[in-house]
Design a protein around this ligand. Structure first.
Ligand SMILES: [Zn+2]
Length: 312
């Protein structure tokens, strides 16, 4: 069985302000990313009767935001933990602060959405032994923070340096360039992350990147904005794999006209300038591509469950 997972990181506008060094006081009371994009994602998923995994970070959300997020749970999708603070430096925090942040988010999701998370993704894909240890001790069955992409890390490094040069400080960090060369397959991991074996009680589900170790990211930004021939090549290359893990962000289905609050980041987020029509079309074409080739859509928790039973 060939399997594909579609996941959506529901990063609120605060995250983009903080990456680009825009002051926090500019952050709105209601989050335009959530209001604009979640109904669009849910409509597409429902149209194709597929279930996805939504990674939620609660630290910057207001009560009203949860009423939209509730529709994710009502739609039968998986909700997973994306940390409370969405602090890109989570991996540098102390063990007790990491655990506190993770459990605060777990509780916020349980309280507001009546949902018990079973999986985690670290902000900015920056994982560490302490993070994995905390995720495992929370009783979770998987982590999906691994993002083996050399070109992504290089691009991130350039952005951080450019910000520094222009006097702004980015909240983003490079965890380790070694992460670029991690495995692309679902694998059992222990607390040391890299120590993989043929069995275990915890699974790492890497985000799919192509042409290792270059690692062209199979993510919403590339799928919605790359030129058509490259888009098609990426889908083709990914379809040669038995498992594909497509990561998107909620902002992938937003456009500048959705809210004036996007104005401060519009010149820094190239994808915001791409028309919503094109982005919707590319996401639906991606789904159709895998369905036509016999892939079965599964949530990350479902995939982790299959791996734990050694069925994949
Ligand atoms: Zn995120």
């Amino acid at each position: 069985m060939k399997i594909v997972s579609l996941n959506i990181d529901v990063d609120p506008l605060f995250c983009y302000y903080s990456i680009h060094g825009i002051k926090k006081e500019d952050v709105p009371a209601r989050d335009p990313v959530i209001y604009a994009s979640i109904p669009r994602f849910l409509e597409i998923l429902e149209r194709y009767s597929i279930k996805a995994t939504f990674f939620i970070t609660c630290g910057h959300l207001k009560k009203d935001d949860f009423s939209i997020l509730k529709k994710i749970v009502e739609g039968g999708h998986e909700v997973a933990n994306h940390s409370f603070s969405h602090n890109y430096k989570l991996s540098l925090m102390s063990a007790s602060d990491i655990e506190g942040d993770l459990m605060e988010n777990h509780k916020a999701i349980a309280d507001n959405l009546e949902y018990e998370c079973r999986g985690f993704r670290s902000p900015g894909y920056n994982s560490s032994r302490e993070i994995i240890k905390s995720v495992r001790s929370a009783g979770y069955i998987y982590d999906s923070s691994s993002f083996p992409s050399f070109i992504y890390n290089i691009a991130k490094w350039v952005i951080i340096k450019k910000k520094k040069f222009s006097g702004k400080s980015s909240a983003s960090i490079i965890n380790s360039f070694r992460d670029s060369f991690a495995s692309c397959k679902p694998a059992f991991i222990d607390n040391s992350i890299t120590d993989r074996s043929n069995e275990g009680d915890f699974v790492e589900l890497p985000i799919t990147t192509l042409l290792p170790p270059l690692g062209i990211p199979l993510i919403g930004t590339s799928l919605t904005t790359f030129p058509k021939p490259l888009f098609k090549t990426m889908l083709y290359l990914s379809s040669l794999r038995n498992y594909v893990n497509v990561e998107t962000h909620a902002i992938d289905l937003c456009e500048v006209s959705d809210s004036v609050l996007f104005m401060p980041v519009k010149n820094m987020q190239y994808d915001l300038k791409v028309s919503l029509d094109q982005k919707k079309r590319r996401i639906t074409k991606t789904i159709e591509y895998y369905l036509k080739r016999g892939f079965v859509f599964k949530t990350l928790a479902e995939v982790a469950g299959l791996k734990l039973k050694k069925e994949i």
